[in-house]
Design a protein around this ligand. Sequence first.
Ligand SMILES: [Ca+2]
Ligand SMILES: [Ca+2]
Length: 683
Amino acid sequence: MKKNNKCFIRVFVMITAVFCLAITGCPGDSEIKKIFVEPEPPEWGATVVTVTFAPGYAGAPEIAPVKILKGTVADYLWPGDPERNAYVFKGWFKGADKYTAQTIINDTITVTAHWALEISIEDQPGSAEVAALFTAANGFPAQLSDTWKIWGHKNSLLTHGFGADPTALVYEDKVYIYASNDSLMYNASGSVIQMDYAAGIQGTRSLSSADLVNWTDHGVINITGVRSTNPLIQNTTALIAPYKYASAAWAPSATWKMLGGSPKFFVFYANSGNGIGVISADSPIGPWSSPIDRLLIDRDTPNCGSVSWLFDPGVFVDDDGQGYLYLGGGDPQNVENTGQARRVKLGHDMISLAGIPETWNMPYLFEASELTKIKGKYYASWVTNSASKSGNLSGSYQIAYMIGDNPMGPYPASGGSGFGAPRPILNAPSSQLGTSDENNHHDFFEFKDRLYITYHASTITRAMGLGTIRYRSPHIDEVAALASIPSDGILPQVAMTRIGVDQVGRFNPYVLNEAESIGNQGGIYTRAVEDAGNGMVVTAIDSGDWVGVYGVDFGSAGAAKFTARVRTPETPENYVGAIEIRLDPARQGITSDTANLDGSSSRAWISGGEVIGRIRIKAKEGEAGNFSIVSINLDKTVTGVHDLVFVFYSSLGAKPITTGTSGNFQASHHKNGFEFDQWQFFN
Ligand SMILES: [Ca+2]
Ligand SMILES: [Ca+2]
């Protein structure tokens, strides 16, 4: 206890000193204040107290909800409440142009922070003047930008990028998906070419959702360095794992467990076909770091040197906290027992091995080992190879599973058809969605009493008119309600769908939402910006582009006001942007739930919808390039559940995307329109 008290005093002095500097050194009123308190010297560990205030507007609730981000912190610094090491106040605050707020860190430390409104945008003109921006006379297109999935569809989870080998992590009330970040590659003449794995997988894409249909893009985790071919898409993190021991990060597998009283998050990855690495973080959205200065498994790991494809980690943490890792794949591909599967217990810290990886038989293993516990039973699952098969398995590249009573086996002998024997759960995408995918990669997860499977399919490149060129996109389909799974544990075979899963719950418009929380979109990208909420903005905004959010519940009291945080471009000087807020648009073009889009005759977009408000975005003189808050009263009070669409106008004009292999998707966007960061409705 003596040590505790001493440390408290030291922390108190440091926080006071840093905050005095932050306050006295406040720059101009138009800049958002982010106040970081970092204890020093370094022996105080990685503790960071973060207090972030979002500037507000006069109609906002007086006190916004306080969200406490969990993280690891040395217990001696914050005894009794280790989760209270980081506070992020999210919301728009009521009051005048300048605000002061205090947060009590503990009984002895109070942090005071100041911030000011961002007011770099001209006042809103009359409604008719803003409406005129959305007309042909101002270059607004007759048809909104194409979408790569039909309006109302939930697969793929994201359409402004790709994501292969998806893995799911459920934490608190959200599902997090991590996926290999497939990135378009071009030849010298600008045509899209088939991705190669070495250059095409550029980091790990991270997404989250509370409802399984609207996904927040957390950007790309830069594990081993990327060679981005897209100037619009920048990495969100600094290089995590140096090239000296990892050259690639493929096929992530994510999990979390309580360590030292705090949740700790892990993403295991494949160093191409030559080893397994791991990164960790105190939250599911990072920041990530490399906890060991080497690969966890490499060719020198006992019993791993000869594994044909030493890759595709599948991590599993049992209810008792014990971790397990499954891996391996490859040749021979014409036999039942390939000898390539490995499984091993992990150390308590999750970043060490608690034994020698043992060889076992995942029948017809091609790749993608996983282990999942469902209603007390252990499901080993994997993608099969092209061999002729006995028992329940028949096709090539099926995702299969078998059931056992222990994560380290035994599992029933393969080839049979009795209880626990290998069974298919998902056939190859080429046989279901008409894509050119052969193999697949999957993960099971439970969410709100239902079992789901996430997998990839090249549906988006198909929609872009790229034919058999395959860049993989993450999908989710439902397996079953948990209550409906029979006592023998046998799962129904899942059909891949384009429409995807039903929304779980509704989207809340009355909290600070990220513009990069997307159900569907036309024509935009996202990119990392340091001063943005969630570190990301919607970018590449052209006239006719749009972002849609499915299933938004405005409640019975209804929404009367709307606030957005946007960033104006630095040039051109007289730039004007605008957002038109619409409800419940109609699907246009191809409307069948089972049709493939192909980029030529089979295309999809949206039209119509009820306009409930419009915002003009025009920087004040000398304020171009800054973020700004802009608020309007809606044209009407909105109640009930609606799909919500933000339709964009940009004075740089429309920029329709050319589909097909000659379509340079990245070049066919204006890079310097306004950018959209956050939004919120108010009663
Ligand atoms: Ca665009
Ligand atoms: Ca944002």
